[in-house]
Design a protein around this ligand. Structure first.
Ligand code: FES
Length: 154
């Protein structure tokens, strides 16, 4: 049995028919919507590489079934910049070298955008580290990441 859903992805209305209700949002974005910026790391909710915003809240796309998203508004890393102008969080990650290999960076940035919009970041590095703790960086660029989020909250 197929399922039809309508959702908004990066401001664009999308209608999707799902033949398999087990399809995750991560696979929907990467394989059917040509949005590979959202990364697949663990595919089991442990690394945060797949973080996106659903209705402005942070979620792991690998743990979210696409079939549950009828009417939802999804924002991915591809939807952050405005034309050639980076989102302030993207610019802050560049300014503070908040990455090394870059694989986790889309998830880190989406998580930071969510954290800041939730109003829980403040200017306390410890709170930022705790708020970003669901996003792992195998290169351990954590100092630059924290500095970038701090800068973006100012
Ligand atoms: Fe989703 Fe790791 S790929 S948390």
């Amino acid at each position: 049995m197929s399922h039809a859903i309508s959702l908004t992805v990066n401001g664009e209305a999308r209608a999707v028919t799902l033949d398999d209700p087990r399809v995750t949002l991560l696979d929907l974005l990467r394989e059917r919507m040509a949005l590979p910026g959202t990364k697949k790391g663990c595919d089991r909710g442990q690394c945060g590489a797949c973080t996106v915003l659903i209705d402005n809240r942070r979620v792991n796309a690998c743990l979210t079934l696409a079939v549950t998203l009828d009417g939802a508004e999804v924002t991915t890393i591809e939807g952050l910049a405005t034309g050639d102008t980076l989102h302030p969080v993207q610019a802050a990650f560049i300014d503070h070298d908040g990455f090394q290999c870059g694989y986790c960076t889309p998830g880190q940035i989406m998580s930071a955008v969510g954290l800041i919009s939730e109003g829980h970041a403040g200017d306390d590095p410890e709170r930022i580290r705790e708020g970003m703790s669901g996003n792992l960086c195998r290169c351990a660029a954590y100092h630059g990441i924290t500095e970038a989020v701090l800068d973006a909250t100012r």
